[in-house]
Design a protein around this ligand. Structure first.
Ligand code: AMP
Length: 421
């Protein structure tokens, strides 16, 4: 029978890769928790309407990429393509704005978009997502980008740059929309069919187009920065000022509009030139108004998402895989020693020491080979002779030393050694 394969664009993460994922997640948790963020876990499926209403009907994500389906009750659902909409939904549903302190959240998990798979672009991918509610101050815009930068620095990522821009408020967007639309109409009808439609329905989305001739047609388009009002400009200037004072490097990229409709004022993206065309590692922005639009209170919001696959691809260019090794391998020879060795392994684990053994009664040579493969620092060898004498042989694989220990004192000795190493 033909063996089944995973769904195209959805990958297994095998044990030899998982060290990267654990490292990234652990670092993210440490940094985010340090900044006052608390974890939230929402379902992978939501009502389709949630994404259509928040991300925007005429975005690529909603128009082309969503895993949407009707369940057995006939309800229209979708696998989440991003996390913000779900976090906002949960925030409203559980009345989380009532908590005077906890207004910063993070989420880690899989997202789903039906894109054309290639290196750095998958149909199931993973994001680390951060969201803050109720703070309108430019301090939080700067802080969240500073935190993102610190996280990447702590991981040892190099070759990245933080791009920032402002999209103004909905009023500025209205002004800009008209200016941009006029420009796009004057630019002629050479745009792709999508852009011909977008310039009428949602002109900003033309900036997301990947078609070369569209990109060429908009090189001279007016920047949104020139259409923003005094208040939005002051906010942006303050954000830049704080970032500079925090020592977080950034560049202003007036062309960056991001592919989601809900952003306003500050938007940002971390990009790299080391991953070919999939150059965005993470991005986010402010979304005041979104919580209200989804039926909640009128509170400010800002957040970002980092793509874990791309981040790990980048890490793998510079670093070796985080090693994971058992501390102790117990090699026992013969039936009686095997049984005693089995109990010893469990006892070591009970005491918090990572231990492994060979359950199949293989030769000493083959057990030593296995011990080596597991990367164990210590090997405990128990033969019939040792067992009769009430002893066990301890080999330190790094120091290349060995000595005999009393069998009933070995757990204590291993505890001491593991505390020291
Ligand atoms: P977005 O929500 O589109 O701003 O995406 C945020 C980050 O998620 C991007 O910067 C990427 O790192 C990552 N990302 C988005 N789509 C994909 C995908 N299809 N495959 C892998 N990573 C993705």
């Amino acid at each position: 029978m033909e063996a089944l394969q995973a769904v195209r664009g959805m990958n297994d993460i095998l044990p030899d890769q998982v060290g990267w994922w654990q490292k990234v997640e652990k670092t993210a948790r440490e940094v985010l928790e340090n900044f006052g963020y608390r974890e939230i876990r929402t379902p992978v499926a939501e009502k389709l309407e949630l994404f259509a209403r928040s991300i925007g009907e005429s975005t690529d994500i909603v128009e082309k990429e969503m895993y949407s389906f009707q369940d057995r009750n006939g309800d229209f659902l979708a696998l989440r393509p991003e996390a913000t909409a779900s976090v906002v939904r949960a925030y409203i549903q559980h009345n989380l704005q009532a908590d005077p302190i906890l207004q910063k959240f993070y989420a880690v998990g899989p997202m789903f978009r039906h894109e054309r798979p290639q290196k750095g672009r998958y149909r199931q991918f993973h994001q680390i997502d951060a969201e803050v509610f109720g703070i309108d101050s430019p301090m939080i815009d700067a802080e969240i980008m500073h935190m993102l930068h610190l996280f990447l620095e702590r991981l040892g990522v190099s070759g990245i740059m933080l791009n920032i821009n402002t999209l103004g408020c909905p009023e500025c967007r209205k002004t800009y929309r008209k200016v941009l639309q006029d420009y796009l109409i004057a630019a002629g009808d050479d745009f792709c069919p999508d852009c011909l439609r977008r310039r009428v329905t949602n002109p900003l989305r033309v900036f997301d187009c990947k078609v070369e001739r569209c990109k060429a047609l908009i090189t001279g388009a007016p920047a949104i920065m020139d259409s923003i009002d005094d208040e939005c400009r002051a906010h942006f200037d303050a954000v830049r000022g704080y970032l500079t004072r925090l020592g977080t490097p950034f560049v202003i990229n007036p062309r960056m509009v991001r592919g989601l409709d809900y952003y306003m004022r500050t938007t940002f993206e971390v990009v790299t030139d080391r991953l070919g065309s999939q150059n965005a590692i993470g991005g986010g922005g402010r979304y005041n108004g979104l919580v209200k639009d989804l039926g909640g209170p009128d509170v400010a919001g800002i957040g970002f998402a980092i793509g874990m696959e791309r981040l790990i691809l980048l890490l793998q260019q510079d670093q070796t895989e985080p090693a994971r090794a058992a501390q102790v391998f117990v090699a026992a020879l013969g039936e009686a020693a095997g049984a005693r060795g089995f109990l010893l392994v469990q006892e070591l684990r009970d005491r918090g020491i990572e231990a492994e053994m060979d359950y199949e009664g293989r030769s000493l040579k083959s057990q030593m080979r296995r011990a080596d493969k597991t990367g164990a620092r210590y090997v405990l060898i128990l033969g019939e002779d040792e067992l009769n004498r009430g002893e066990i042989q301890l080999r330190d694989m790094r120091e290349k030393t060995q000595k005999n220990l009393p069998l009933d004192g070995v757990v204590g000795e291993m505890l001491e050694l593991s505390e020291r190493s």
